[in-house]
Design a protein around this ligand. Sequence first.
Ligand SMILES: *Cc1c(COP(=O)(O)O)cnc(C)c1O
Length: 232
Amino acid sequence: MIQENLATVQNNIASAVKRSGRNDDITLIAVSKTKPVQMIREAYDCGIRDFGENKVQEIVEKYPELPDDIRWHLIGHLQTNKVKYIIDKVVMIHSVDSEKLALEISRQAVKHGVCVDILIEVNIAEEESKFGVSAKDALPLIEKISRLPGIKVRGLMTVAPFTDDADLNRPVFSALRQLLVDIDSKNIDNVCMDCLSMGMSGDYEVAVEEGATFVRVGTGIFGAREYKRVEG
Ligand SMILES: *Cc1c(COP(=O)(O)O)cnc(C)c1O
């Protein structure tokens, strides 16, 4: 099942790339939260190396069970006091939304002798239930944290509203892309705005058409999760 699902998702991404006339790379992150290591291994055996988890504890548990060349992405809300558990296990933290969190990531990265790529989570749609900074606060936050050691700001991430009609999220995705371009044009030292993490199972094709470089697909690869959809 996973192999077929992956083929479908990869084909859909390729078609969306073609439609949009893009020629840059898109990384499919298989979101494996709540799913057992056997399923992750199945996706790994199909060639997937990028996996996304939204809970620190799940990364900590799965990490030693799985191959070293997996690139783990922390995509969910991260509490400052838990940074230390995952700092040497993840390649990218997609959900940075405060100076306090960035400071702790920097502190732990230096302590562990690593450099971690981070994305700023932006609540483009201004949904009350969502984490992330508002669009207008993204640049000031990046300016504040850009020179911290051990971290590198690489771009922006958003969790778009849940909808049955993916096209409704097109303005959300294009607004995030425009924000990335605007911030990139400021040429901030040590900041490289080349990553745009947006699009989930219901809307990743639209996100690719609007410029996503990372799509985060869970259900579309691994099937439904055993709990009701909770935000964040
Ligand atoms: C769960 C999750 C996803 C994947 O959601 P699906 O709808 O199952 O594809 C993507 N991004 C974040 C931040 C998530 O928490």
